[in-house]
Design a protein around this ligand. Structure first.
Ligand code: NAD
Length: 297
């Protein structure tokens, strides 16, 4: 029987475990605070930001939200960033992507105080991940590592094929998994849109992580028998539902499920983990800034 890795359950456990740390910090006068910044009014971004705010409330993290007009000059966003960098009650914050076209997202990220960069996207934090000295692991790759751990899937010596080389999923996950560490020590192949013979690379892997943003790109014929499949993809496809669409992963679940020993569903796999790991990074940021030791899950 294929194990269905339940991201909701693992994320819920992580949130429970974080609650103690949050109370310890609050008792020490440093209740963790997370700010979200949204420039413009993209409905999907609005939904993501609302979810992050709700997640904070549930575990006792203070949440602050700042809206910046989508037509404002970049300097207005930079001012917000400078204010958040200076605000002692904000231990971490995220600038929701995408930003409007007239704003350079890389410049935005460079202006975030690396100590408050709970997305882990600032070049200093990226460099620290590469160097094996992570301050904040980016939330989605960290969530993938936690899911593997929860399913008892070790990565040491394993062949891992990652499909996707983005700065937020593929690249940081590859960097984390090759580290000389208990949750690393893997042999990693990173595939992308120019990769030839993709199926060969996925079929020979012990663990496949799909993060391409292409609905059902990976089917059962591309999965080796007994391998572990982590589906990061979240894609909207037209469907005869109330909303007119449904969410599907980058993996064709039914056929991959027949081959795999363990697999994550979409939704209910990686998505809730990404959200939980943002809370984790916020607690870690508060702990470092307040110089109060807490036990992290
Ligand atoms: P992206 O568009 O930035 O990157 C996609 C990557 O996939 C690129 O490196 C590209 O080269 C590669 N790719 C595209 N088509 C390919 C193909 N046919 N064969 C091989 N490689 C191909 O995307 P992203 O931001 O990394 O997101 C990827 C997917 O993961 C999306 O569906 C996104 O919605 C989802 N996502 C989910 C979470 C979550 O929490 N569950 C978080 C981040 C992203």
């Amino acid at each position: 029987m294929t194990e269905i890795i339940d991201g909701n359950a693992v994320a819920s456990q992580i949130r429970d475990d974080l609650t103690d740390a949050i109370e310890t910090l609050a008792d020490a006068g440093a209740r963790p605070g997370l700010a979200t910044v949204l420039m413009g009014d993209d409905p999907a971004s609005q939904t993501y930001v609302n979810m992050k705010q709700r997640d904070c409330e549930e575990v006792g993290i203070e949440s602050i939200h700042v809206d910046v007009d989508g037509d404002a000059p970049p300097e207005e966003l930079y001012e917000t960033i400078a204010d958040l960098n200076d605000d002692p009650e904000v231990h971490g914050y995220i600038v929701q992507a995408p930003v409007p076209d007239h704003v350079d997202y890389r410049e935005v990220i460079r202006r975030v105080d690396p100590a408050k960069d709970v997305d882990g996207f600032h070049p200093e934090n990226v460099g620290r991940v590469v160097a094996g000295d992570a301050r904040f692991r980016p939330c989605t790759p960290h969530g993938v590592q936690k899911l593997l751990e929860s399913a008892g899937v070790g990565t040491e010596g394993k062949d891992v094929t990652i499909v996707g080389r983005s700065d937020i999923v593929g690249k940081p996950l590859a960097n984390l998994l090759i580290q000389k560490a208990d949750d690393g020590n893997a042999t990693v192949t990173v595939c992308h849109s120019r990769t030839e013979n993709l199926a060969e690379k996925t079929r020979s892997a012990d663990i496949v992580v799909a993060a391409a943003g292409v609905p059902e790109l990976i089917d059962g014929s591309m999965i080796g028998e007994g391998s572990v499949v982590i589906d990061v993809g979240v894609n909207r496809v037209d469907a005869d539902t109330e909303k007119g669409y449904e969410l599907v992963g980058d993996v064709e679940f039914e056929s991959a499920n027949e081959q795999a020993s363990a697999i994550t569903p979409v939704p209910g796999g990686v998505g809730p983990m990404t959200r939980a790991m943002l809370l984790y990074n916020t607690v870690k940021a508060a702990s470092m800034q307040a110089d109060v030791d807490v036990k992290l899950p």
